[in-house]
Design a protein around this ligand. Structure first.
Ligand code: SF4
Length: 368
């Protein structure tokens, strides 16, 4: 007889877990218990669910499991405030995740994690190490949520606070896996799960205009971040092939639809590459593009991707760029590039693990 593959409980939301418990002939409240084990306590196995009877655990285990994410590698940088994980999925694929600790005001620490949504990416951004890993596949809901649950467990086991913010900005384009990303957001927001507020979750896109418009009509009050990297179609096209399908005029129309419908400000990510998009005229073009729009610009001192020929801008150039935006009333922040010493830019740890980058790792191995 053929054995049926076990399904991952992390793929299920509360309603689905409750329906499953009813199907098994259990009382409905068991649904809440199982959901809490999976999505709040971060149980690694059904065996841990000690408020279920041994028979019930056995019954559940006949069809379901909590699919393991195996920690293949992890590195820490920024004095231990940035941790990078390389997870191996059930099919042997690997994905990266970054966990960042920020000391906050009034003892309110922010713990942010940057999660992956695909094992590679088809968008082909020229500066991106993930693009060099190939197209990859979509992550399941369980694989997305699992990253956050496991990183949260890591944080607590090391005496650190729980995750407060989730950013979908790791490997992959979240809108290319939107159904699974959307369900993972709902699970993370569930009060009986990790209960992460919508405003503490950010979806970052390279600019899939159709999906931005779709998001505008859906009722998710999450934060939207758009990777812009240039206000000039020609330069943007050279950096991001997606600009061919969705040139700036189309992208900005979608962004306007989003802000009109939601009233929310969009964050525009702008990684500064030396002599590519960091000149005075580039800043002036950005002012013309975003002037009058509800926008916030994150200037990112780019991580170097030497094999692609991209190098970070000089500090003075970044300051001058930011000053031009500020003088023209564009809200801007220069983001501190966390994890540069462990190459936190997405896809780089995976590439090295695959033997794609022979450079010595200068980060410190995290204790796991
Ligand atoms: S930057 Fe993001 S969208 Fe572009 S190739 Fe990399 S993972 Fe994909």
């Amino acid at each position: 007889m053929l054995m049926q593959a076990l399904q991952d409980l992390r793929n299920l939301n509360k309603e689905e877990i409750t329906a499953l418990c009813r199907e098994l002939g259990w009382q409905s409240f068991r649904g809440g218990q199982v959901f809490s084990w999976v999505h709040a306590k971060g149980a690694a196995s059904i065996e841990e669910m000690t408020n279920l009877s041994r028979e019930q655990r056995q019954q559940l285990s006949e069809q379901y499991e909590i699919a393991p994410l195996v920690l293949l590698d992890s590195w820490q940088g920024d004095g231990g405030d940035t941790i990078k994980f390389l997870w191996q999925l059930a099919d042997g694929n690997t994905v990266e995740q970054v966990l960042m600790f920020y000391a906050g005001e009034n003892s309110r620490d922010r713990v942010s994690t940057c999660v992956s949504t695909q094992t590679g990416c088809a968008m082909g951004c020229k500066f991106c190490a993930t693009a060099m890993c190939g197209r990859g596949r979509n992550l399941t809901v369980g694989e997305i949520v699992g990253q956050i649950l496991l990183a949260n467990g890591w944080s607590r086991n090391h005496g650190k606070p729980s995750i407060t913010n989730v950013v979908y900005m790791g490997m992959g384009e979240p809108f290319a896996n939107w159904d699974n990303v959307k369900k993972s957001l709902q699970i993370l927001n569930d009060k009986n799960g990790l209960n992460i507020g919508w405003r503490r979750m950010t979806v970052s896109t390279c600019g899939l205009a159709d999906k931005i418009k779709e998001l505008a009509v859906e009722e998710f009050p999450l934060e939207l971040s758009v990777s812009l990297h240039s206000a000039d179609d020609e330069i943007r096209m050279a950096l991001m092939p997606i600009n061919k399908k969705y040139p700036l005029a189309v992208l900005m129309q979608a962004c306007d639809a989003f802000t009109e419908k939601t009233g929310r400000r969009i964050t525009y990510e702008y990684a500064l590459f030396r002599d590519v998009n960091d000149r005075r005229e580039d800043a002036e073009k950005l002012v013309r593009l975003l002037g009058g729009r509800l926008a916030f610009v994150n200037l990112i001192p780019a991580n170097p991707v030497e094999e692609a020929g991209f190098f970070p801008s000089k500090r003075e150039r970044i300051k001058e760029f930011a000053d031009i935006l500020e003088k023209n009333h564009i809200a801007v922040a220069v983001r501190v590039s966390r994890g540069q010493d462990i190459e936190a830019a997405c896809g780089q740890l995976k590439r090295r693990n695959q033997g794609g980058d022979p450079k010595e790792n200068v980060g410190k191995k995290a204790e796991v």
